[in-house]
Design a protein around this ligand. Sequence first.
Ligand SMILES: Nc1ncnc2c1ncn2[C@@H]1O[C@H](COP(=O)(O)OP(=O)(O)OP(=O)(O)O)[C@@H](O)[C@H]1O
Ligand SMILES: O=C(O)C1=C[C@@H](O)[C@@H](O)[C@H](O)C1
Ligand SMILES: [Mg+2]
Length: 187
Amino acid sequence: MKEYSELPLREKNIVLIGFMGVGKTTIGQLVAKKLYRDFIDVDQEIENRHHMSIPAIFEQMGEDYFRKVERELIVDLCTNKRLKVISLGGGAYLQEEVRNACLSHCIVFFLDLSWDCWKERLPLIVNNRPVLKNKTLEEIERLFLQRREAYSIHNSRLLTNDLDPETAANQIVESIKWTWEVYESNE
Ligand SMILES: Nc1ncnc2c1ncn2[C@@H]1O[C@H](COP(=O)(O)OP(=O)(O)OP(=O)(O)O)[C@@H](O)[C@H]1O
Ligand SMILES: O=C(O)C1=C[C@@H](O)[C@@H](O)[C@H](O)C1
Ligand SMILES: [Mg+2]
């Protein structure tokens, strides 16, 4: 059987990574639609499989359990699926096994946002992101900066400051189509 890591670039899954609230779910959905691909949101998939919200999973089963489920699901999707657009949860890419699976089999797109722009989004997400619960703004900023190190290993990056979701999705699609043309002309 053909290894997925040998897949032509055009068939590889596209994986969106980045801090919580940068727009992976919102923009990923649009990218999938524009490329006529199925969209998979890892958080939503975990919620559907458990019939529970992420905050409830954190509260009743604990973060370690959530991270294990998240890791196993992503490794499975990366190795056994193709032609998908997959949005990760904000903390997933911190796990080495997740990073390795994504980078070995998929095109990894980092959605970046400045801290100043991100701060404006906080009220939209604070109530259903357990990792933000009981943290001061200074603590959240430290986490934001710490996590940038893991996200810095990627195939492509888009700074989304001042980009509405539609424009951001168009720019990602354009960049991916350009990559397909340039890197696959000799395959
Ligand atoms: N480009 C954008 N401009 C303005 N608002 C946005 C943009 N992208 C997303 N949003 C808004 O920010 C909030 C968080 O977006 P979203 O849920 O897509 O983030 P996420 O990266 O998937 O977060 P998580 O890592 O927690 O899953 C939503 O209310 C969404 O409408
Ligand atoms: O950044 C994080 O650690 C998280 C982000 C969300 O997408 C969810 O996966 C969960 O709330 C944890
Ligand atoms: Mg999301």
